[in-house]
Design a protein around this ligand. Structure first.
Ligand SMILES: C[S@@+](CC[C@H](N)C(=O)[O-])C[C@H]1O[C@@H](n2cnc3c(N)ncnc32)[C@H](O)[C@@H]1O
Length: 370
């Protein structure tokens, strides 16, 4: 029934709904899922109706010596070629069709090309990753360098065991949070929120919840490159944040420098390991210079992947006064609330429409200890 192709395959009923109809449907679904834990009206934060996606991945389909952007059809074993894609951001829009024209007049660039990924920012910075089934050589690099200039974009070429970065491998993003600007480096292939405007609303919501219910020091698990951590850090004296991805932790540290923030301790650690460290089940050399006991954690924010929280992490976060839970899968959120609501009450809940015209939902819930 529901489109995974931002509606572009034109084959599903969600695409036929108006934006507000599909949003109402999601809100109703979320309200039902959260009903056992929260009976108040859930606030929905809307997306722009077009040009909202800051990143996109396309297959490249070859036919009669021409290439096309393509996506897998939802139901059939086939690809759908695209002639427009109104879901992607204006900076991507501006470049993607020109790029296709340039591929089509250059055999060197389109030979064995099988995918193109775009990452953009609201500062009109765009990174284009081109994926090939062949080794890339000097001649490819020369053509790709010309492309960089013609498109005002940064280009990365990838093939098996090969990655060529022509200039930089990140885009610079600036987010406006409650009237203040925060600057971020978003690296290729590390996690970034897909819908910039909705992301800003989501961070503002989290900041406001931390303002209302925050206590003690602040801790964040699944912190990525500091998307929430940086704006929330202003409200607390001491902050500790963990994340499993090496690249995201590197970006998070760079982002702290960019924003002159120096009260955050970032640690590269899985939430499972961090739980073991806090509960003194295991010692880690990575923590030799960090005194975990010096943090008096009262507020925790978690933003796990779709699988939600593991049992140990749930048990750990249940110990803190305030929990802000951001979820990209309301089914696992509802499952985790069954445990968390044994000790905490839900104070607020919201829907963030990060993924319009798909069945995906992003939700936020704030809980305080009884
Ligand atoms: C939904 S993303 C959220 C990232 C960040 N909060 C943001 O808004 O950009 C989830 C993050 O959890 C990280 N992650 C996945 N499994 C993890 C684990 N077991 N422990 C810690 N972090 C994990 C991923 O690398 C990813 O950055």
């Amino acid at each position: 029934m529901i489109c995974k192709h931002f509606g572009e395959c034109g084959s599903c009923s969600l695409y036929e709904m108006t934006y507000s109809e599909q949003l109402d449907m999601k809100k109703e679904n979320l309200q039902k899922l959260l009903e056992p834990f929260y009976n108040e009206n859930i606030k929905a934060f809307t997306s722009e109706k077009e040009y909202f996606r800051a990143r996109a991945e396309y297959k490249i389909y070859h036919k009669d010596n021409s290439v096309f952007y393509a996506m897998r059809h939802l139901d059939k074993k086939a690809y759908v070629t695209l002639e427009e894609c109104k879901m992607v951001s204006q900076p991507i829009q501006k470049r993607m069709w020109k790029l296709l024209e340039l591929f089509n007049v250059c055999d060197e660039l389109k030979n064995r090309l099988f995918g193109v990924e775009f990452l953009s920012s609201s500062t009109d910075d765009v990174l284009i990753t081109m994926l090939y089934h062949r080794k890339l050589d000097e001649s490819w690099m020369q053509k790709a360098k010309t492309l960089e200039n013609e498109l005002s974009a940064k280009i990365i070429g990838r093939s098996r065991k090969q990655k060529i970065v022509l200039s930089e491998e990140f885009v610079t993003e600036t987010l406006n949070i409650n009237g203040k600007s925060y600057h971020y480096l978003h690296y290729e292939q590390s996690f970034t929120q897909p819908n910039t405007k909705v992301n800003e609303k989501m961070i503002e919501w989290a900041v406001n919840q931390a303002k209302s219910y925050g206590k003690g020091d602040f801790c964040e698990l699944y912190a990525g490159s500091g998307n929430f951590t940086l704006p929330i850090s202003n409200l607390f004296e001491k902050v500790i944040a963990t994340e499993i991805s090496k690249r995201s932790i590197y970006a998070a540290l760079e982002n702290c420098k960019l924003n002159n923030i120096n009260n955050i301790t970032f640690i590269r650690m899985s939430s499972e390991e961090f739980t073991e460290a806090l509960e003194k089940v295991r010692t880690f050399t990575r923590l030799k210079d960090i005194d975990l006991d010096s943090f008096d954690i009262g507020t925790i924010l978690v933003d796990p992947p779709r699988a939600g929280l593991d049992e140990q992490t749930k048990s750990l976060i249940s110990k803190f006064d305030t929990i802000i839970y951001i979820s990209c899968n309301p089914n696992t959120l509802a499952r985790d609330l069954e445990t968390l609501c044994k000790t905490h009450n839900v104070k607020d809940a919201a829907l963030f429409d990060q993924f319009p015209y798909t069945h995906h939902m992003e939700a936020g819930v704030v809980l305080t200890k009884r």
